[in-house]
Design a protein around this ligand. Structure first.
Ligand SMILES: C[S@@+](CC[C@H](N)C(=O)[O-])C[C@H]1O[C@@H](n2cnc3c(N)ncnc32)[C@H](O)[C@@H]1O
Length: 305
């Protein structure tokens, strides 16, 4: 195993490693430096796709085993109360209109290998996703659009650090009406459940969000379109490729607020344009990112302009 860490850059207040993330995570020097120190791993790895993208995604069993190999090295550097959050898309069987479940198998194997607890599953409904699997949706019309990705939240302990008061959202119109009326049809339901309204009408600082992301209007605090434009303009001006699979900063913001405190250390081992690092730094957290394509690392400067 390599002792020396591969190329590392101090960049915009954090650290960027430019190499294969598994190689870095397994290096003795990395483990020694970060053992039990990382409070949140937040990432979106390459998805198990049918048609390989530019960064040569793996397929089938190969993908499952490759992804599960990250479990042990990540466990070593994760702090006792830390979390790992992974966003991943659905996989389809080549030539058939069936769900291949590669992402589920990979996540399960990752969980088992690391001995992790699955704290909660989230769903990101993204209506902007292109209609897929294209052939079966638009040509044969036998399936509907696959419009969500899964986000699985793991930890070493069933009760990692988490505080939903940090991610409260605006009350819905319906809830605001109820809070005003202070009346709700309480009592016994047909199912035999007794619905109590005790504490129901207390107006807190906001509503507790659900585990489905439909739009990010409620979380839009640190980011806005001008940041995204700045990133794109920077890439264009410097002749660098803008990352084609960037995640919305609000997604990173949700989990960083929810699962870390100020000065916590956040790692993204498949950083791409470094949305995670940018959001972490905006929120006063420390960040560490790994990306194998140097051009995306160079382009990530655009977020910080
Ligand atoms: C889905 S993208 C992440 C996008 C990122 N969340 C963003 O908002 O820009 C996955 C990234 O992982 C990188 N990648 C793929 N395999 C890798 C590996 N073995 N080590 C490090 N980076 C890798 C790809 O180059 C790509 O930029």
């Amino acid at each position: 195993m390599k002792k020396k860490l591969p190329s590392k850059y101090k960049l915009n207040g954090g650290f960027f490693y430019n190499d294969d993330s598994l190689k870095i995570l397994k290096s003795k020097a990395f483990v020694k430096k970060y053992k039990n120190k990382i409070d949140l791993v937040f990432t979106s790895p390459p998805f198990p796709l049918i048609t390989p993208k530019k960064y040569k995604n793996r397929k089938g069993e190969d993908y499952i085993n490759w992804f599960a190999d990250y479990a042990e090295p990540l466990k070593k550097v994760l702090s006792k109360k830390g979390s790992i959050v992974i966003e991943i898309g659905n996989s389809w069987t080549p030539g058939y209109p069936t769900h291949a479940l590669i992402e589920v198998k990979a996540l399960m194997k990752f969980m088992e290998k690391g001995g992790f607890h699955l704290c909660q599953e989230f769903v990101w409904y993204n209506p902007a996703k292109l209609p897929g699997p294209a052939e079966w949706v638009t040509k044969y019309r036998e399936r509907v659009k696959d419009s969500f990705t899964k986000i699985w939240w793991f930890a070493k302990t069933p009760r990692p650090h988490a505080d939903n008061k940090q991610i409260l959202t605006e009350y819905s119109k319906g809830m605001l009406k109820l809070l005003q009326k202070k009346k709700y049809n309480s009592g016994k339901r047909a199912t035999g459940h007794n619905i109590s309204t005790k504490g129901f009408f207390t107006r807190n600082k906001g509503a507790i969000p659900p585990n489905v992301f439909e739009d990010f209007d409620n979380f839009l605090r640190i980011s806005n379109t001008s940041n995204v434009n700045k990133y794109r303009e920077y890439c264009k001006k410097n002749n660098l490729p803008a990352h084609p699979a960037r995640m919305p900063p609000e997604l990173a913001e949700f989990f960083i607020r929810f699962l870390t405190k100020r000065k916590s250390l956040v790692l993204d081992p498949f950083a791409g344009s470094n949305t995670t690092g940018y959001v972490a730094s905006k929120l006063g957290r420390k960040w560490l990112s790994i990306e194998k394509d140097l051009n995306y690392i160079k382009g990530s400067n655009g977020w910080f302009k």
